[in-house]
Design a binder for this molecule. Structure first.
Ligand code: PLP
Length: 435
């Protein structure tokens, strides 16, 4: 095996724990995709994680390209983050009162992300998107929003329409329990299709509060937007008095230090964040123009709150993570290893006669088992998901932990080394030749 700590791939303990878990929690998990349903085979149960590696309860070691779904960009259990957390712990885990660390993280986010002049912290990406949605509606006095097929903005009711990610993975068009009233204001367009957005604006004149999108998609697999598409969205929202919101929960501080908006050179009115800015602890945030953010309570009338929001532990992990990322060479490293990884995988796949397309930006990557190009969710569904399932299992057995769905992006971190990429490509050679 390419990367494993043991020579034989045994999952006896994982299987036992997961069997027990299924009696205790729905599907045995706290979040659906972790159950490996779309790729088959049971999930492995992690024991601990460190740097670029995950170790399961049976003693298998994996090179990890999930990175707890994005936050572990400085490597798992980073020593500097952990040391800072140990110190912070001594002062208490939650204040429920103003804490100076909030100012420090807020200032870092404001300095880095072009659209953010003020920020509100919360506890997850879902909460950030819920807050942003309410704020778009409060600010404009309008109720409708436009989202894109296959883009995921957390599990709040109004966003569970064509939501990609776990919802797409399980083949659920929507979710039962979401009342029609919650989604009746949600309009959907295909990604990368500005004409469809223009049509919606024309059909719903003066009704649209805002447009929200993943500025590089990770929840339909990895899809890059056309520059003209983003430029057109910027133009259409401005012309129609609507708010443009980039959901940078996944791309924030990953695609670039200033997020996808810095990478694309297009500044939205609002931005949602999560994952990386919490450095592995539960954090979300939404921010934007001061004029819009001043609507949020208690500065303004739009209510949103949180018992644990801005707690000192999460702020500390976020601050230290951004400190590490801001050091010279961070994004160059991510770009270098990730492009080598994805180009290597694509080349090996083609050598073995598989139709593939894919790519990467900085520490985010993905590929589809289809000819491509994949420009939107519809294109993504043309890929061979059965082949992906065999690829996933094969790589797992070789000691490489990949996202267990064709409709998820992959992530690298600062602790992935050239040797890890060598080992991963060696594993890919074995697996691709047996698909
Ligand atoms: N928005 C995007 C783009 C995401 O990728 C995610 C989660 O993967 C969310 C929102 C929801 O974030 P959370 O899982 O922290 O609630």
């Amino acid at each position: 095996r390419a990367a494993a700590a043991v020579t034989e791939f045994v999952t006896t303990k994982s299987d036992k724990i997961f069997a027990e878990a299924q009696e205790l929690m729905p599907g045995g998990v706290s979040s659906p995709v972790r159950a490996f349903k779309s790729v088959g085979g049971g999930p492995v149960v992690f024991d601990h994680v460190k740097d670029a590696y995950a170790y399961d309860v049976d003693g298998n070691k994996y090179i990890d390209y999930v990175g707890t779904w994005g936050p572990a960009i400085c490597g798992h259990a980073n020593d500097e983050v952990n040391d800072a957390l140990k110190l912070a712990l001594e002062n208490g885990t939650s204040f429920g009162a103003p804490c100076e660390l909030e100012n420090v993280l807020a200032q870092k986010v404001i300095d880095a992300v072009p659209s953010v002049e003020m920020v509100r912290f919360c506890n997850s990406g879902t909460e950030a998107c819920m807050g942003a949605l309410r704020l778009m509606r409060a600010y404009t006095g309008r109720s409708k929003i436009i989202k894109f097929e296959g883009c995921y903005h957390g599990h709040a009711d109004p966003f569970l329409v064509q939501a990609g990610s776990g919802v797409a993975t399980l083949g659920l068009p929507d979710s039962p329990g979401v009342p029609d009233g919650a989604t009746s204001g949600t309009l959907c367009a295909p990604y990368n299709d500005a004409a469809a957005v223009a049509k919606l604006f024309a059909e719903h004149k003066d009704e649209i509060a805002g447009v929200i999108l993943e500025p590089v998609v990770g929840n339909s697999g990895f899809i890059i937007p056309d520059k003209e598409f983003l430029e057109e969205l910027r133009k259409l929202t401005t012309e129609n008095g609507a708010v443009l919101c980039f959901d940078e929960v996944m791309t924030g501080f990953r695609i670039a230090y200033g997020g996808a908006q810095q990478y694309h050179g297009i500044t939205p009115d609002m931005t949602t964040m999560g994952k990386v800015i919490g450095g592995g602890l539960p954090v979300g945030a939404y921010g934007g123009k001061k004029e819009i953010m001043q609507m949020v309570a208690p500065a303004g009338p739009m209510y949103q709150a949180g018992t644990l929001s801005g707690n000192p532990l999460a702020m500390t992990a976020g601050i230290k993570t951004l400190d590490i990322l801001s050091r010279e060479g961070s994004y160059e490293h991510l770009e270098k290893i990730t492009s080598r990884l994805i180009n290597g995988i694509l080349e090996i796949a083609k050598e073995n006669g598989h139709a593939v397309c894919g790519g990467s930006i900085s520490g985010m990557f993905g590929f589809f088992f289809c000819e491509g190009p994949v420009k939107n969710f519809q294109d993504a569904t043309a890929s061979d998901t059965d082949k992906f399932a065999r690829w996933h299992r094969g790589m797992l057995e070789q000691g490489v932990y990949l996202a267990p769905s064709q409709y998820e992006a992959g992530f690298t971190g600062l602790t992935h080394t050239e040797e890890d990429i060598d080992a991963t490509l060696a594993a890919a050679k074995i697996v691709m030749s047996n698909l």
